[in-house]
Write a protein that binds this ligand. Structure first.
Ligand code: PLP
Length: 445
C-alpha cells in the first residue's frame, strides 16, 4: 500500500513509484501518452470529477482518461451494474444479449450506423474501418490529415507526428526517421492532407482518386489542435468522395461525446464508416466500427469465407457492453445539453479572461471539449496549432499552474468536462486560468 507511507529518502510516493516503474518499463510507465511533471501523478482512486493521488492530493480531472469518462469516476449506476455482471462471468466465446443491447443503442442514435462490430480499443476500430474501406473498394491507399491522432495502427499514424522539418508541398509521408517502425510501403499508400485546406486537399485527392479507398477524418481533430472544421471543406470532401467512389471514414472515437447523435451529425456529415470508442465503454476497454450495411458486409462470415476476418478474444465482453450501455443510457439529450451549457460557460469564461488580460491565447472546442492555445486566434490547421519549444514551455507552465490549483489540464490534447462536474468546478477552472494570465501578463501580455 503506497498511501500515506513516509518515504525515508524524502521522495513523494509518485516519485518513488516512478523510480520503481523504470525497472520494468522502457520509459518508466507502460504508456507513452502518460504525462510527466517530470514524474507522472500516480492515482489511487477516482471519485466523480476528482482524482486522488498516491500522495493524498486531490485534483479536478479534465483528462477523464483521454476523454473516455463522460460521467467522471465511479459512476454509481455503472458500478452497480458491473458489480452484478462480474459475478456472472467476465468474458465468453459465446455472444450475450448485452452486445445486442449496446449495438441497438448506438445504431438508434448515430445516423450512419446501420451495422456495427465491437472491438477493444479505438485503435482497433480505426484499423478495421480502414481495412473495411480497402476490402470494400479494392483500393490500397488512404488519405488522412496532418497531426490528427487515430491510434497506433501504422496506416492511421502516418503524418501524425510531423513537424516543420516535414512541411513541404503536398506530400506522402516519409517512413524514416519520424516513422521508425513503419514500412515505407505503408507510408507510400497514405496521402497526407492539411485540414481545412480546401484547394490543396481537393487537388491531392483528385490526383490519387483511383487508388484511394477512403478519407480518414476526425471532424474535430484533438491532437492536431481541436480544430474546428470548415463546412465548405467538409462539403468538398463529401462531393469528391461521392464522385470518385472514395469512402469517408469518420473517426469519432473521441468526438462522439459532442452530442446525442455524435459529431458527424453535428456537422452534417454522412460518413460511410465510423470508428467509435471511449465513452461507449463506460470506462472499460472498447472500440466499435459501424457504418453502411453494404460496406459492413465485408465483415460477414456468410458462406464461411469472411472477406475480412475480425474477431478479438475480448471483443464484446459483457463487462464493457454493460458498462457502456449504462453510461450511454444515462447520457440523455438533457445530459448532453447540460454538458454543452457547462462547456459554453468554460469557453466563454476563458475567452473573457483572455480579453481582460489582452493575452495572446485562444480557446477552441465545442460541447464538453476545450483546448487552450498560445495563439491570438484559434488555429485552423495543425501547422498553426503546432507548438515550438517556447510555446511548449509556456504550456508546461500553464499545466503546472493548474496542477498547483488542484486541476489536471491535459497537455497538447483536448480537456473535457464530465457530468460529475459542478458550476463551482467551472468557476474554479476559469479563475485558475485568469490567475495564470494575471501572473504572466508582464511576460506574455
Ligand atoms: N482515434 C482518436 C480520435 C483518439 O483520440 C484515440 C485515442 O485517444 C484513438 C483513435 C485510439 O483509441 P485507443 O486509445 O482506445 O486505442
Amino acid at each position: 500500500d503506497v498511501r500515506g507511507a513516509a518515504d525515508p529518502g524524502g521522495l513523494s510516493q509518485s516519485q518513488r513509484l516512478y523510480r520503481r516503474g523504470w525497472r520494468v518499463f522502457p520509459d518508466g510507465t507502460t504508456r507513452v501518452t502518460v504525462e510527466r511533471q517530470p514524474e507522472p501523478i500516480y492515482i489511487v482512486r477516482g471519485e466523480g470529477a476528482h482524482l486522488i493521488d498516491a500522495d493524498g492530493r486531490r485534483f479536478l480531472d479534465l483528462n477523464n482518461n483521454f476523454t473516455t469518462l463522460i460521467h467522471g469516476h465511479g459512476f454509481a449506476p455503472m458500478v452497480e451494474a458491473v458489480a452484478t455482471a462480474l459475478s456472472n462471468g467476465t468474458c465468453f466465446a459465446n455472444p450475450t444479449e448485452s452486445e445486442i443491447a449496446l449495438a441497438e443503442l448506438i445504431a438508434g442514435r448515430i445516423p450512419s450506423v446501420e451495422r456495427i462490430r465491437f472491438v477493444n480499443s479505438g485503435t482497433e476500430a480505426v484499423m478495421f474501418a480502414i481495412k473495411a474501406a480497402r476490402a470494400f473498394t479494392g483500393r490500397p491507399a488512404i488519405a488522412r490529415f496532418e497531426g490528427a491522432y487515430h491510434g497506433a495502427y501504422d496506416w492511421a499514424e502516418a503524418g501524425q507526428a510531423n513537424g516543420p522539418a516535414q512541411w513541404g508541398v503536398a506530400q506522402m509521408p516519409r517512413a524514416a526517421p519520424t516513422y521508425r517502425g513503419m514500412p515505407q510501403c505503408v507510408a507510400d499508400n497514405v496521402v497526407l492532407c492539411r485540414f481545412n485546406d480546401l484547394a490543396e486537399t481537393e487537388r491531392q485527392l483528385s490526383a490519387a482518386a483511383g487508388r484511394l479507398a477512403c478519407v480518414l477524418i476526425d471532424p474535430m481533430p484533438s491532437r492536431a489542435g481541436l480544430l474546428h472544421p470548415d463546412e465548405r471543406f467538409l462539403g468538398m470532401l463529401a462531393g469528391l468522395a461521392d464522385k470518385h467512389g472514395i469512402l469517408i471514414v469518420a473517426d469519432e472515437v473521441l468526438n462522439l461525446r459532442q452530442g446525442y447523435h455524435g459529431a458527424c451529425a453535428r456537422y452534417g456529415m454522412t460518413p460511410d464508416v465510423i470508428a467509435m470508442g471511449k465513452i461507449i465503454g463506460g470506462g472499460f476497454a472498447i472500440g466499435a466500427v459501424g457504418g453502411r450495411a453494404d460496406v459492413m458486409r465485408v465483415f460477414s462470415a456468410n458462406g464461411g469465407k469472411p472477406a475480412l476476418p475480425q474477431g478479438g478474444t475480448f471483443s464484446a465482453n459483457p463487462i464493457s457492453m454493460i458498462a457502456g450501455r449504462v453510461a450511454m443510457e444515462a447520457m440523455t439529450r438533457d445530459q448532453f445539453d447540460r454538458l454543452e451549457t457547462m462547456g459554453d460557460a468554460v469557453r466563454q469564461g476563458l475567452h473573457g479572461a483572455i480579453a481582460h488580460h489582452r493575452a495572446r491565447f485562444s480557446v477552441s472546442g465545442v460541447a464538453s471539449l476545450f483546448r487552450i492555445h498560445p495563439r491570438p486566434r484559434i488555429p485552423t490547421d495543425y501547422r498553426q496549432a503546432y507548438l515550438g519549444e517556447a510555446d511548449k514551455a509556456l504550456m508546461e507552465r500553464l499545466n503546472r499552474h493548474f496542477l498547483q490549483a488542484g486541476i489536471i489540464l491535459p497537455k497538447g490534447a483536448a480537456a473535457c468536462l464530465s457530468t460529475a462536474m459542478t458550476p463551482e468546478d467551472i468557476a474554479h477552472i476559469i479563475e485558475t486560468f485568469a490567475a495564470f494570465l494575471a501572473a504572466s501578463a508582464c511576460t506574455h501580455g
